[in-house]
Design a protein around this ligand. Structure first.
Ligand code: DC
Length: 209
């Protein structure tokens, strides 16, 4: 069985979700938004009143919780699609995502989800090409200027985006970085369609070699 992966990493607002979703649609593959998984877990921790810096309790939650990201994001059956984009989650998610126990559990789930897809999966996040799928069919790193990324994040605001970038790229466990062999695309002044077209072209070149 083929288990193709397009792995897309990049900072907040670099266009990962929109681009990854569109690439998946074009290819007829599954799409996995791993940020939504960390966000949903954070939502459940807050919902249950678990202290987000209690590494063992959050680790246990990460191993036991029921998580679904498609078609809607659900945690233990609860629809959290809207709530996971709220400011309390933007703030708490970086702490949850820096917990090594959480990362271990999420990586295992992400690999399992991809294994179950008949064709392939477009996966986006921060550690996808570096840690989760280092042997992906294609690795992509998306960037954009801070001004453009903050504009795309709208209400979240520039301070929150800067704080999250800093936390995500300086943490000890699987920090955000460009993977070896990744195609780097600056999305600042390109449309989603242009970036998607470029990724599909790279994928075709890669698979025809
Ligand atoms: O992509 P996003 O903004 O929805 O991600 C939310 C947070 O989750 C982000 O600040 C860092 C974390 N994250 C991560 O650590 N690893 C991933 N693969 C995806 C997201």
């Amino acid at each position: 069985m083929k288990n193709e992966i397009v792995a897309i990493d990049g900072p907040a607002g670099s266009g990962k979700s929109s681009v990854a979703r569109a690439v998946a649609e074009r290819l007829g593959w599954a799409f996995l938004d791993t940020g939504a998984m960390y966000r949903a877990l954070t939502s459940e921790a807050l919902f249950r009143g678990i202290a987000i810096d209690d590494q063992d309790a959050i680790g246990e939650l990460a191993r036991s919780v029921e998580l679904v990201t498609s078609p809607l994001v659900r945690v233990n059956g609860r629809d959290v699609e809207e709530e996971i984009r709220s400011e309390p989650i933007n703030i708490a998610v970086s702490v949850v995502a820096a917990n090594p126990q959480v990362r271990e559990a999420m990586v295992e789930r992400q690999r399992e989800m991809a294994r179950q897809q008949p064709k392939g999966t477009v996966v986006e996040g921060r550690d996808i090409a570096t840690v989760v799928f280092p042997n992906a069919t294609l690795k992509v790193y998306l960037t954009a200027t801070l001004a453009e990324r903050s504009r795309r994040r709208g209400e979240e605001g520039v301070e929150s985006v800067v704080r999250r970038d800093e936390a995500d790229s300086t943490r000890e466990a699987s920090p955000l970085r460009q993977a070896d062999g990744a195609v780097v695309l600056d999305t600042t002044s390109r449309t989603i369609d242009e970036v998607v077209g470029e990724i599909i072209r790279c994928l075709k070149n890669n698979t025809s070699n």
